[in-house]
Design a protein around this ligand. Sequence first.
Ligand SMILES: NC(=O)c1ccc[n+]([C@@H]2O[C@H](COP(=O)([O-])OP(=O)(O)OC[C@H]3O[C@@H](n4cnc5c(N)ncnc54)[C@H](O)[C@@H]3O)[C@@H](O)[C@H]2O)c1
Length: 248
Amino acid sequence: MSIEGSSVIITGAGSGIGQATALHLAGRGARVVVADVDEAAGAATVDTVGRGGGKATFVACDVSDEESVEALVRRTVEIYGGLDLAVNNAGVAHHPCDLHELAIADWDRVMAIDLRGTFLCLRAELRAMLQGGHGVIVNMASNAGVKNAPSMAAYTAAKHGVVGLTKNAALQYARRNIRINAICPGTIATPGIAAYPADIQAQWGEMVPMGRLGTPSEIAAAIAFLLSDESSFITGAELLADGGLMWD
Ligand SMILES: NC(=O)c1ccc[n+]([C@@H]2O[C@H](COP(=O)([O-])OP(=O)(O)OC[C@H]3O[C@@H](n4cnc5c(N)ncnc54)[C@H](O)[C@@H]3O)[C@@H](O)[C@H]2O)c1
């Protein structure tokens, strides 16, 4: 189905890639649910979408909490009459360190939000999409979902988990009119990255074969491709959007 007129949940849409995705999809006529644990950030995204003439509503959600995720999907169906598309984008990283120094709390937090959160969202979204008879889902992985991210053991494990979960789910629902893919961005100039000194950002850009960081709107465009009918024969894929970093 086309993006125009579709209902779409975007988790973690209060900032960065999720926010850019909300703006992109609303700009193409989607009816967006901005889901985020940070209410102020989510409300700001909804305001920005509205100022641009798009349609969005905020629903507070902690993706690591089962009841919160179930309520998010219920509310979306109430507001928009069904769920057509979903972007399971919410995720966190941890401070780089050697594995033997990784705090249990960091491991648990990354697993709870990045992997369990993706599972909980997928599960609830699939139920709504099965009711509607169709759907497309994009899970946010990372370059770290297909290769090592140095000193980021929990993040690497969680994002590899997201890629595996995507493939498993894609095959289960391939004959039920639901496509599920993962997107694997390299280093993207989101607010978290922009907080680092300019020379560090420049060094990271130099490490990329294309010689620069990606932008949130470039990832939003790749996500929109995976959600749209232009990718109608693609399911279970992990789409790299990393300026060539994977192959360097
Ligand atoms: N920025 C990058 O370079 C990069 C690269 C590859 C993958 N990613 C992935 O893209 C996604 C978005 O990254 P970003 O850089 O835009 O992040 P960001 O920190 O700018 O935004 C993340 C958003 O998720 C929300 N969030 C955090 N925990 C949540 C929870 N439990 N429930 C609901 N919302 C929650 C935050 O409030 C925030 O609004 C993440 O999954 C990240 O791992 C980012």
